[in-house]
Design a protein around this ligand. Sequence first.
Ligand code: SAM
Length: 218
Amino acid sequence: MEDELYDKWERLVKRLELERIIKSERVRDAFLKVPRYKFVPERYRDYAHVDEPLPIPAGQTISAPHMVAIMLELAGLEEGINILEIGTGSGWNAALMYELVKTDVYTIERIPELAEFARRNLKGAGYDRVHVILGDGTKGFPPKAPYDVIIVTAGAPKVPEPLVEQLKVGGKLLIPVGSYHLWQELYEVIKLKGGKRRIIRHGGVAFVPLIGEHGWRE
Ligand code: SAM
C-alpha cells in the first residue's frame, strides 16, 4: 500500500520536473523525501498525488504540489538560513522547507486544531526541528527574527508590515496578495537598504484567506 502510494508520488514529481515547475535538484530531492500522503487526512491518502489542493481539518486546504514547488523554487532556500512560514496547515510545506535548510524551521498557524494536526503529522514523519507556533502569523514571530526568507501560504489584502520589518536586508517575503475569495497575485517582496523594497509579481494564484491583525478581519 505504502509502496503504491510512493510510486504514484514519484510519478507526479517526475511530471512536475518535465513541466519545468520543479527546476532544481534540491527541490526535487525534497519532494521525493517528503511525500504528501504523509500530511493529508487518512481518507485523502489515495489522492495525495493529484496535483490539486485537498481538504484538511477546519475547512482549510493543503496546497497543490505545483503551487508549493513554484514557491519553493522562488524562495531559493539555502542550507542554514533562517526561515519562517505563515500558515502551517498540514505541516507539509514546513517539512519540505526543513529538507532545504536542514536547520530549525518556524511555522505559525492560527487554528488550534490545525496546529495539532500539523504537529502530529510532523512527529509521525520525524521532523522534530519544525516548530509549530499557534498564533497570528500576520504579526510575524519576533523572537527568531530577522529572517532570510518568509513564506506565507494564505492570501492577504496587502503586505503585512511586520513581516517586512522582520526580514533581513536582502531577505525575501513570498506572499499571495489580492482578494478574499481565492484570487491573488504571488508577490516576491525583497527588502532593500534604507527602508526600501522591490516587489516582483509572479502571476495569479488561489489561496484561502490570511486572517489576522494585518490580514483580513474575521
Ligand atoms: N502550508 C500549508 C500546508 O503545507 O499544508 C497549507 C496552508 S493553507 C493553504 C493556509 C493556512 O493558513 C490555513 O491552515 C490557515 O488556517 C492559515 N492561516 C490563515 N491566517 C493565518 C494567520 N494569520 N496566521 C497563521 N496562519 C494563518
